[in-house]
Design a protein around this ligand. Structure first.
Ligand SMILES: Cc1cc2nc3c(=O)[nH]c(=O)nc-3n(C[C@H](O)[C@H](O)[C@H](O)COP(=O)(O)O)c2cc1C
Length: 175
């Protein structure tokens, strides 16, 4: 599948077949995430691969719409490590959400081009996700991506929401 085809055909899948994803495919997916650029090449991301259903079930309870995570073949939690400095207010600053998005999309597209479906899951209770994953304090789960082969019929089923017309989305030169 060429890159453009992979991008425009990719849709979220939330129902997965009971079939393992081969280790070399998982490795390529992670490699695709690793190669995403980051601001100043700071590389503020770490990936936690979750192959065990038990951990994915615990994590699913931390999100409002993460019911698809347990049945996946595996999931990748994208973790933002804190910046090595704090702003004046004493809060930890995360500059990496954009980087996390790039890595997530890289992984999902690499997977899709090999026939592996996926869907993100937001962790609405960040502290819950931090504890389930055993993250040191100050680390944040940017998102969790569930991966697996689509269950029969799921490819065209759930999701596949329409996009706004291009002319509504795109402005020329100024707003
Ligand atoms: C940052 C982000 C968080 C998301 N969180 C969830 C989630 O928690 N649960 C879920 O089922 N889908 C989640 N999604 C998937 C969106 O619902 C999906 O991308 C959108 O509806 C378009 O779906 P489609 O590509 O299948 O048309 C998330 C997507 C993004 C980009």
């Amino acid at each position: 599948m060429d890159t453009y085809r992979a991008i425009v055909s990719k849709r979220e899948v939330r129902a997965f077949a009971e079939r393992e994803v081969p280790g070399e495919v998982v490795a390529r997916i992670l490699q695709a995430g690793r190669m995403a650029g980051s601001a100043k090449n700071a590389q503020p991301l770490r990936f936690i691969v979750m192959r065990e259903r038990e951990g994915r079930e615990a994590l699913a309870a931390c999100g409002g719409f993460a019911m698809h995570v347990p049945a996946a073949a595996f999931a990748v939690a994208i973790v933002l490590v804190p910046e090595p400095f704090r702003d004046d207010g004493g809060f930890t600053i995360f500059r990496g959400p954009f980087d996390a998005g790039r890595a997530a999309q890289n992984m999902m597209l690499a997977a899709w081009s090999e026939g592996v479906a996926s869907c993100p899951a937001s962790m609405h209770d960040a502290e819950c996700a931090r504890l389930v994953l055993g993250l040191p304090e100050g680390h944040l789960v940017a998102n969790v991506i569930a991966f697996g082969y689509a269950a029969e019929g799921a490819e065209r089923g759930i999701g596949g929401r329409p996009r706004m017309p291009l002319e509504e989305m795109v402005h020329e030169e100024r707003w």
